[in-house]
Each structure stands twice: as structure tokens, then as C-alpha cells.
Ligand binder design. Structure first.
Ligand code: NIG
Ligand code: FE
Length: 400
């Protein structure tokens, strides 16, 4: 993870949407005289993989942001009508067309920041109709997007408000109705649960993800984000694709992930945006032998950023990772967190020709300049993507 190979004056030969050869420009030019040449200035990276987003939502949650800054805690904000359930009310009320237009704009902006594969979760519906609506929005957005979208069912993002006093029935609804329908309609490839004290406990999370596995959905877990409850251990035991957040992971959790193929997905922008001092123990995870990935967690409550390069900067300065490690974390390892490590995330023969270039002289600058979008061009499946020329609106503020 700490080693990246850097070629100078390199070239990438692309054929049929895949990388066919990588080598020196002079050699490849001689061997393939008829090939069309696209000159790239700066540094060419594998297209970035954002393996954790909640991009289907309505408005930003500006009041939450300010109340938190003024000292209100999560529970008080939720009690006053903010938090995840505010986004749930809005997503329920908005039409599929509106959500699709918003999602398309966000995906375009994620792509413009270098992300060529983007995982997108549902989880602001919490009832069968709205969860399916969100997943249909992801499918429709994927049909026109130049980035590849990977849909994850997150019906277990919070206990549905209608089931507050009978949470057992909501878990049953998830396992017996929602997961089977999502799988039958092929609306998601993975299933995620917010496993945290006060949300879903370990036993409930295990039951939901076991049901998901029976229906062919790969398990993922929001694990040990705030207080920690053994979510990482559960993810490893289930053979989950990833355990995400992990700011409160235990020593046993680190050990469990290190001994598994489950990727530790760290989300440093979330902890920064929430104003928390504690970050996930990235160095200890790496040194124990866990595979560490980084993602934006793009969502309106805890991480309103579309920039994986910004997250890479935070990976270095907040998590103590090296420049090479953060590059691996948003390419190879992020692809592994989606079960796609053999297909994308590397500039190597056989891989999908997803690439992005940055206008920098040294590759390490991508994880250095904080907040500037340095991406100059993006290619998916070997062809150049049109990028927005003016800033795209990421949300709209409405009364709910
Ligand atoms: O990953 N942790 C749970 N879910 C999101 C927050 C979503 C929200 O606040 O809307 C997260 O941080
Ligand atoms: Fe999340």
C-alpha cells in the first residue's frame, strides 16, 4: 500500500475500453504507429474510486451544521427535527424526477473531481416505496453517467420513524420484504447497515446482513463510527466487503480486520466536518495488515464534499498516512471495497481504462493542495468525459 510506481514520460495504450499496455512513450509510439495520440500534461492517475457516498438526497442540512457548531449534540439536533430523519422526510416528499436531476448533477461533480467509479447508497427512505425510489434514481443516473455507479441498499440507515416503538418489526420488514425485493429487481449489489449504539446493534446488524447474503447482496457496514460496538469484528466475521468509519474501533476490531479480506474504509472528512477530534487509527490498521481505503462519505449531514483529492489531503494530515498510501487508498483498495479490485483502480494491462489527469508537476501534489480542484481531464472506458465548465449546483434549499 505504501508503494506506487511512477513513470516519467509514460504512455498508456488503450484498446476496447481497457488498458492494453503501459510503458515509455517512445517505445509504445514505435510499436503502435497507427494509434491515435492524446497528449496529457501533468500527472495521469487511475480514475479514483469513491467507495462510500449517500448522493441521493434533497437539500443541504444547513441548520444542523450551525447548531452543531453552537454546541448542540446529535440527539438534540434530531429532536428538533434535524438529522437523518430530516433528509428522510424530504426524500419521501420529492419526486423521482427531482431526485434524479439532483443526483445527476452531483455525479457529474464527483466525476469532475476525478472519481470514475462511485458507490451510492439509499437510506433516506426507510420505507419500501422510498428506498426503491432512491435505488431507481441511482439506476437511472447510472444509465446516463460517464462514471460507473455501484448501488448499495441502506434501508438500515436508521429505524424508520413509523417503527420507533417496534424496531423488531422494522428489522423483519427489512429482512423479509425490502431485501428480497431489492435483490429480485436487481436494484443493488450490496447491503449496508448503520451499526452503532442507539441505531442498529450488532445482533440486528448480523440478522439484516445475513438476510442480504441469502439474497446475494454483499455485506457492508457503517461500523464503530462514534462510540463503537464491535461492528468491525462483525464485518470481518461476515466476510463483508468493507467496514466503514471506524473512528471508535477497538483493538480486537483492528485485529479482526487485519486477519480478513474486509477493507477498512476511513472517512476523515466526516470527522472534520462534525468537529470531532477523534479520527480512525489509520496507521495502526495499516501496520496490523488491514487494507485501508478512503472515501468522501458525501452526504448532507456529516460530509458535504465531492472531493476525493481533499479527502486524500486529510488522509495524510489527519490520519497520518503517506502520499503513496492515500493514492492506494482511493484506487486499488477502494476498488476492493466494492469487490472490483481485479477490474479497476490500477493503470495496468487488462484493467478498465478509467483515468484522470491533474495539472501538477509532482504526483504528491494531489494530496497536498487543499481545496483546489486540480483535475484537468477524466476518461472512462478509454474515452474522454465532458466536464462541467461552470460550477454545478449540488443541492437546493427548501422548506420541509
Ligand atoms: O455516514 N453514519 C451514518 N450515516 C451518514 C450520515 C448521514 C446523515 O447524517 O445524513 C454517515 O456519516
Ligand atoms: Fe456513510
Amino acid at each position: 500500500m505504501g508503494t506506487v510506481e511512477v513513470l516519467r514520460d509514460g504512455a498508456v495504450l488503450v484498446d476496447g475500453g481497457r488498458i492494453k499496455a503501459v510503458g515509455s512513450y517512445a517505445e509504445l509510439r514505435d510499436a503502435h504507429a497507427g494509434a491515435v495520440v492524446e497528449e496529457v500534461r501533468g500527472v495521469l492517475f487511475p480514475g479514483l474510486v469513491d467507495c462510500h457516498t449517500h448522493a441521493v438526497f434533497g437539500s443541504p442540512r444547513l441548520d444542523d451544521h450551525e447548531r452543531r457548531a453552537l454546541g448542540e449534540d446529535y440527539k438534540t439536533i434530531a429532536a428538533r427535527g434535524g438529522g437523518i430523519l430530516q433528509s428522510v422526510r424530504e426524500v419521501r416528499a420529492r419526486s423521482e424526477g427531482e431526485l434524479l436531476a439532483l443526483t445527476r448533477a452531483r455525479v457529474q461533480t464527483l466525476l469532475a473531481h476525478g472519481s470514475t467509479t462511485i458507490e451510492v447508497k439509499s437510506g433516506y427512505g426507510l420505507d419500501p416505496a422510498t428506498e426503491l425510489k432512491q435505488l431507481r434514481v441511482i439506476r437511472a443516473a447510472a444509465e446516463t453517467a460517464r462514471a460507473a455507479l455501484v448501488p448499495t441498499f441502506l434501508g438500515a440507515h436508521e429505524v424508520s420513524p413509523e417503527f420507533r416503538d417496534r424496531r423488531v418489526d422494522y428489522v423483519r420488514l427489512l429482512c423479509d420484504e425490502m431485501i428480497p425485493t431489492v435483490a429480485r429487481e436487481r436494484l443493488a449489489v450490496a447491503c449496508d447497515v448503520f451499526c452503532e449504539p442507539g441505531v442498529f446493534d450488532v445482533a440486528e446488524s448480523r440478522a439484516i446482513l445475513a438476510a442480504a447474503q441469502r439474497y446475494g447482496l454483499a455485506p457492508k457496514l457503517h461500523a464503530d463510527e462514534l462510540e463503537g460496538s464491535g461492528g468491525a469484528e462483525l464485518a470481518a466475521a461476515l466476510g463483508a466487503l468493507s467496514a466503514d468509519h471506524l473512528a471508535a474501533i477497538s483493538d480486537a476490531g483492528i485485529h479482526a480486520l487485519a486477519g480478513s479480506n474486509t477493507v477498512a474504509v476511513l472517512l476523515p472528512a466526516t470527522m472534520v466536518f462534525l468537529g470531532r477530534r477523534r479520527q480512525a487509527p489509520a496507521r495502526r490498521l495499516v501496520e496490523a495488515g488491514a487494507a485501508v481505503a478512503l472515501a468522501t462519505d458525501f452526504n448532507p449531514g456529516s460530509s458535504p464534499t465531492v472531493s476525493l483529492p481533499l479527502v486524500m489531503v486529510l488522509g495524510v494530515s489527519q490520519l497520518g498516512l503517506s502520499h503513496a498510501e492515500v493514492v492506494s487508498a482511493v484506487t486499488v483498495n477502494a476498488a476492493a471495497a466494492l469487490g472490483l479490485a481485479g477490474d479497476r483502480g490500477q493503470i495496468a494491462p487488462g484493467f478498465r481504462a478509467d483515468l484522470m489527469s491533474c495539472g501538477v508537476a509532482d504526483w504528491r501534489e494531489v494530496a497536498y493542495w487543499m481545496g483546489e480542484n486540480l483535475v484537468t481531464a477524466v476518461w472512462t472506458g478509454g474515452s474522454a468525459c465532458p466536464l462541467p465548465t461552470a460550477p454545478v449546483s449540488l443541492g437546493l434549499h427548501v422548506e420541509t
